[in-house]
Design a protein around this ligand. Structure first.
Ligand code: 1CP
Length: 343
């Protein structure tokens, strides 16, 4: 099937489709027993990302089981700092760790030169997926948005309050701009190359966008994402871009009108009625079931699915969660949700 005829792409291009396409953020991952099995056979998490045989396998697993309308390539947002030369590792049971940037001198050690060589396995994975996926399934490439990636680069891992990164931004904003700029450049090149290798749309994850006051949100989230999207569109004007500025509340409006994204991922807290009235006239919307409703199941799950569908199905819409699926999600609840969404 031609890309432009796929359900997901038609929705991304602003069409109200006969039914909502559905995929789930973090669909290839720890809630599947077959993922845990492949993961155990790999030599750590990064090995899984950089070994095409394994990355193709775990990307295909949720498609085989559930037949989602879209497939997101298995990788991680932290491959970008890794490719630039920062030390990145994943501690079992803890999560991602990085040797943190402590001063602007540390930025000088990071280089764009090896980006495509480092990412060659990811590009190969995309190319193979394009061949292997069912003909109607859309292949999604992705990257972290600059702020979200930079938060890990400065904090050295996950953070509760982002105090180091925010203090750096507020006290030496021009330095902080330079770090963000490097990630803008790397991410633009990386996503263009993902498209060249088979990605039919790309999603930018700004998972931690919701922690900034408005002026900073514009400077370090909206503007960098806008530049990446413009960079992609200058080469691939017809490839739709999805942006997920999680947690930004009312500011979703600016992202809808100014970012250049074709679609916005809505987080769990956003009112679907508000999104219908303020966002859907400008962009396709994607979301936003609470991942923990999918864990709990039952009546509240059913009512929440119905509400999302009834509020958003009159315009361009993609059904998804409001954040990534969690490991403890029962598989039967995912099957149940799929039936409800597909009717
Ligand atoms: O032990 C394991 O198996 C590792 C768990 C895991 C997985 C399955 C990590 C570590 N990353 C991933 C894959 C991943 N990460 C995908 C692939 C596609 C898929 O699973 O379907 C994607 C799209 C991501 C994106 C990602 N990584 C984000 C943005 C999305 C989001 O959920 O907000 C973020 C913030 C990360 C960082 C990261 N990598 C891994 C973890 C556990 C985290 C989050 C840590 C934190 O909460 O700070």
């Amino acid at each position: 099937m031609k890309t432009e005829n796929k359900l997901m792409i038609r929705a991304l291009k602003g069409e109200k489709t006969e039914r909502a396409p559905i995929w789930l953020m973090r669909q290839a991952g720890r809630f599947l027993p077959e993922y845990r099995k492949t993961r155990a056979s790999a030599n750590g998490f990064l090995d899984l990302c950089y070994t095409p045989d394994l990355a193709v396998e775990v990307t295909m697993q949720p498609i085989r089981r559930f037949g989602f309308d879209a497939s997101i390539v298995f990788s991680d947002i932290l491959v970008i700092p890794h490719a630039l030369g920062q030390k990145v590792w994943f501690e079992e049971g803890v999560g991602p760790k990085l040797e943190p940037l402590k001063s602007i001198k540390d930025l000088e050690k990071l280089k764009l030169d090896n980006l495509h060589t480092h990412m060659a396995p990811v590009y190969e994975t995309l190319g193979r997926l394009k061949e292997e996926l069912p003909k109607e399934t859309t292949l999604i490439g992705f990257a972290g948005a600059p702020w979200t990636v930079v938060s890990y680069m400065i904090e050295g891992g996950s953070s509760k309050d982002y105090a180091k990164a925010k203090t750096w931004a507020y006290s030496r904003p021009e330095e902080f701009d330079r770090i963000i700029d490097l990630i803008v450049d790397a991410t633009t090149l990386y996503l263009i190359k993902q498209i060249e290798n088979g990605a039919e749309t790309v999603q930018l994850f700004d998972s931690w966008a919701g922690i900034w006051p408005e002026f900073a949100l514009r400077r370090w989230c909206l503007e960098p994402c806008k530049r990446i999207i413009a960079g992609i569109k200058s080469v691939y004007p017809d490839v739709p871009v999805i942006l997920f500025p999680r947690g930004v509340g009312d500011s979703y409006k600016f992202f809808a009108k100014e970012s250049g994204a074709d679609a916005l991922g809505l987080d769990t807290t956003l009112s679907t009625e508000w999104a219908r009235d303020h966002l859907q006239p400008h962009v396709t919307v994607q979301g936003n079931l609470d991942p923990l409703l999918l864990v709990a199941g039952g009546e509240l799950l059913d009512r929440s699915i119905e509400k999302i569908l009834s509020d958003l199905s009159d315009g361009p819409f993609i059904f998804n969660l409001g954040h990534g699926i969690v490991p403890q999600t029962p598989i039967e609840n995912v099957e149940h949700m799929l039936k409800r969404v597909r009717g």
